[in-house]
Design a protein around this ligand. Structure first.
Ligand code: ZN
Length: 270
């Protein structure tokens, strides 16, 4: 399989969040020839939305996603999601990534939580569409169903999309979905229309932390070329966003080294 086009590489800023501010990440991408960026909203708030918009524009980067909206089972979800939509609009982001939220405190009712998520997305979807912001549901690995997202498979996310209609799709993050026996059929089902983002990293064996022990592409067990093949066969033509939460390794390294290795591995193992 041919290497992916290096111009399709994007950096999710979580990958260097301990080392760099958003301004540094934008400049780092430009320096390393990385053409896309996906900022997190805490870093965006630090820099200021308008400054971020002009810096991203000055370096001609594409915003492959804004992280994140969602958490629909939290108390202040509506205002927070409205702000996120506005920010994604200003950034002209390809999508607003939704991490939908887990069980409300004290609840054991997964069905009810999932129902609330569907209703909440239905409420904000017209506002997102009016703002020209596609919403991307990111199914999360089931180990995070309780605390972060109780939408856990691509099939479940696509069923939600089908129920909700236009203006919504999915972010396919290999870390969360690589194990799924229905992955390929569901990627094909999603097609170009529903796949709004593609996130890459690797699954380490052993994994030492549920959230912050992701691996660099090539260091784990995910068959990245195979998944890329499915994504491309489905018609996805967007960017490939490196997203690595790594308390013990990549967050401790020099960020320029991290970006250099991201570029190398993107070309050699994905
Ligand atoms: Zn992701």
């Amino acid at each position: 399989m041919a290497s992916p086009d290096p111009r399709r590489l994007s950096l999710n800023t979580a990958t260097v969040k301990e080392q760099w501010t958003l301004a540094q990440a934008i400049e780092g991408c430009a320096r390393h020839g990385i053409r896309g960026i996906a900022p997190w909203r805490d870093k965006l708030a630090e820099l200021g939305l308008q400054k971020a918009v002009s810096l991203i524009k000055a370096h001609d980067l594409r915003v492959t996603g804004l992280c994140r909206g969602g958490f629909f089972t939290a108390k202040d979800w509506l205002d927070d999601n409205r702000r996120a939509i506005e920010e994604a609009h200003e950034l002209q982001a390809d999508c607003l990534v939704l991490v939908v939220g887990g069980l409300p405190a004290g609840s054991k009712d997964l069905g009810k939580a999932r129902e609330r998520i569907r209703e909440s997305i239905a409420l904000i979807l017209p506002e997102a569409q009016a703002a020209g912001v596609p919403l991307a549901i990111e199914p999360l690995h089931p180990m995070q169903a309780a605390d972060r997202a109780c939408v856990n498979t691509l099939e479940q996310a696509l069923d939600l999309c089908d129920a909700l209609g236009e203006g919504i799709g999915v972010a396919v993050d290999v870390y969360h979905v690589w194990w799924d026996p229905k992955l390929e059929e569901q990627i094909a089902r999603a097609g170009r229309k529903r796949i709004l983002g593609y996130h890459i990293c690797d699954w380490l064996v052993p994994t030492r932390d549920l959230l912050n022990d992701r691996g660099m592409m090539g260091d784990g067990v995910i068959d990245l070329p195979r998944i890329r093949g499915s994504i491309e066969a489905a018609g996805y033509a967007g960017m490939h966003e490196v997203e690595i939460f790594s308390e013990r390794d990549w967050w401790r390294r020099d960020a320029d080294e991290v970006l250099r290795i991201c570029r190398e591995r993107f070309a050699s193992v994905t």
